[in-house]
Write a protein of this length. Structure first.
Length: 338
């Protein structure tokens, strides 16, 4: 995030915490370590979650939070004295950040966790080449930067193509118009209540007539179904999936079996031209499968025979190419240059 975007979280922190460490120093600390979470819990000092592990104690404020501190945070989030549910999750006003709240049965606040939405631009040259070439799936675990990359992909693609952001989990745009500015010229759509995946995509394609749809999925099966729907409609799909590349291959096999297409090799029906694997603990690198259909074909070698790819010592699409991606410094803006 830029300094201004981090301000949305900083201004909600307890005042005595800000006075003890300093606003600018705290922002610089969070940016240097690419902090993922800020955990505020009664009786403990503030905890800073990183890509892997936690910030060492010498680098975090050394005082204990009290009930009044967390009540101040709640007031800033608009919760006031309302009864708290352990599962409460809120959008940080004016930003893409989220806050999850934990409370006791008596209604007292126990913990507030701020989840920081970093801007991890995917518009370096290699990624833009993939996006321009066809459908792309970004796969990886939670907190690996998938949503951030989807926002940047939507913003960049919307400058050249009719792009629609289909937000199933309300994670790609914030709760205010100001927080939706990251999507640039892209249209924004959410699914109808109780609508199936196929109906949702059909509605978006019929109503918006897009060239590109940007979306997120929690499992490989849904991503593959959406990819096939877009492929048949002549629309490119750029999506993120919480899975591994192998899970896409497994989902493809199950989908083909259910449709009676067991004899059709994966390289002829996999809907994504490229697959990019992201890592939670390595924000500066990713693995790219530039020829994803051939790579999926190799992964399904024991189930779907393909003479073209399975007889090669090193099948097309493998090995994955390791690429570097950068994290924006505070105040920086997106660029199409590497």
């Amino acid at each position: 995030p830029s300094c201004a975007e981090l301000d949305a979280i900083i201004c909600l922190l307890p005042s005595r915490l800000i006075s003890s460490i300093g606003k600018s120093d705290l922002i610089q600390l969070l940016c240097r370590c690419i902090a993922q979470r800020l955990v505020l819990q009664v009786g403990k000092s503030i905890q800073v979650g990183l890509c892997r592990g936690w910030l060492n104690p010498p680098f975090r404020p050394d005082f204990l939070l009290c009930q009044e501190d967390l009540q101040e945070v709640l007031a800033g989030l608009g919760k006031g004295q309302a009864r708290i549910s352990v599962s409460d999750s809120l959008q940080v006003p004016g930003s893409l950040h989220r806050a999850s709240i934990g409370g006791s049965r008596s209604g007292e606040i126990v913990k507030v966790t701020f989840h920081i939405a970093w801007r991890l631009p995917c518009v370096c040259k290699f990624s833009m080449d993939l996006l321009m070439a066809g459908s792309v799936a970004y796969v990886g675990p939670a907190a690996s930067g998938k949503s951030s990359i989807m926002r940047d992909a939507a913003a960049e693609l919307s400058r050249k193509f009719q792009t629609v952001v289909l937000d199933f989990y309300f994670s790609l745009a914030g709760s205010t118009l100001d927080s939706m500015r990251h999507l640039e010229h892209a249209s924004y759509a959410t699914p109808r209540e109780d609508a199936s995946l196929a109906d949702t995509f059909s509605d978006v394609i019929d109503q918006h007539v897009p060239e590109v749809i940007v979306s997120e999925f929690s499992d490989a099966k849904a991503a593959l179904e959406a990819g096939l729907l877009c492929q048949s409609a002549g629309v490119r799909l750029v999506c993120s999936v919480r899975c591994l590349p192998g899970e896409l291959a497994d989902a493809l096999v199950r989908s083909m079996n259910s449709r009676g297409l067991q004899a059709k090799p994966a390289c002829r029906c996999f809907p994504f031209s490229s697959v990019v694997r992201l890592f939670r603990d390595q924000f500066d690198t990713c693995q790219v499968l530039p020829d994803a259909p051939s790579a999926m074909c190799a992964l399904t070698a024991d189930r779907l025979r393909c003479e073209r790819h399975h007889n090669q010592e090193f099948p097309a699409g493998w090995p994955a190419v390791v690429r570097k991606r950068s994290v924006l410094e505070p105040g920086a803006t997106n660029s199409v240059n590497p």
